[in-house]
Design a protein around this ligand. Structure first.
Ligand code: HEC
Length: 154
């Protein structure tokens, strides 16, 4: 009995340590992934339909189709947007971003999200996807959909 309790505690402790390591592996949401030399360019990028957070439902719907289809974002970022896609685990030490994290959404301008989709995030699994895989217009529709993962909160 005593052993079982001890074993249980050790298992819980090990899980906590692993969870901490996993949490540390993500780049902090406060750290933009756009290099400082490209920030001016990134901030100059604006969606053709205005603020991506208030995009119309049809633009968001088109973005969802691209996210789960041609863009294949869901393979890493997950259908849920939480970064839990089937290929997400391959990306240690920097896992795919959790788009449902509103703190992350608040930290980023639309242009920063767009810049990463266009040029990728250096040293991670996030590749440059515009114009090779997606057109600029498609990229912006996806940004609108990415924004919608946090629509429940301000
Ligand atoms: C092969 C896996 C993979 C695919 C496919 C993928 N991503 Fe990513 N993405 C990542 C990883 C890993 C990161 C985290 C990079 C980091 O920590 O800097 C990331 C980061 C991002 C970021 C930046 C988050 C930030 O911190 O600013 C955006 C935006 C993004 N992805 C959008 C997309 C979109 C949109 C698609 C589809 C068109 C997509 N990604 C497809 C793996 C992927």
């Amino acid at each position: 009995m005593r052993h079982r309790i001890l074993f249980g505690s050790v298992t819980v402790l090990a899980m906590m340590v692993l969870a901490t390591i996993a949490a540390d592996a993500s780049h902090p949401v406060t750290d933009t992934r756009v290099p400082s030399s490209a920030m001016e360019e990134a901030l100059s990028y604006k969606a053709p339909f205005g603020d991506a957070r208030s995009a119309s439902p049809d633009i968001i719907e088109a973005g969802k189709k691209l996210y789960e289809g041609k863009g294949a974002c869901h393979l890493c970022h997950g259908i849920s947007g939480k970064g839990d896609g089937p290929a997400g685990d391959m990306h240690t030490p920097h896992p795919p971003r959790d788009f449902t994290d509103c703190k992350f959404q608040k930290e980023r301008q639309d242009g920063e999200l767009y810049w990463i989709i266009k040029y990728g995030s250096k040293g991670t699994g996030m590749q440059r996807l515009i114009p090779g895989m997606l057109s600029e217009e498609e990229g912006w529709k996806i940004v609108a959909y990415v924004r919608s993962f946090c629509s429940a909160q301000p």
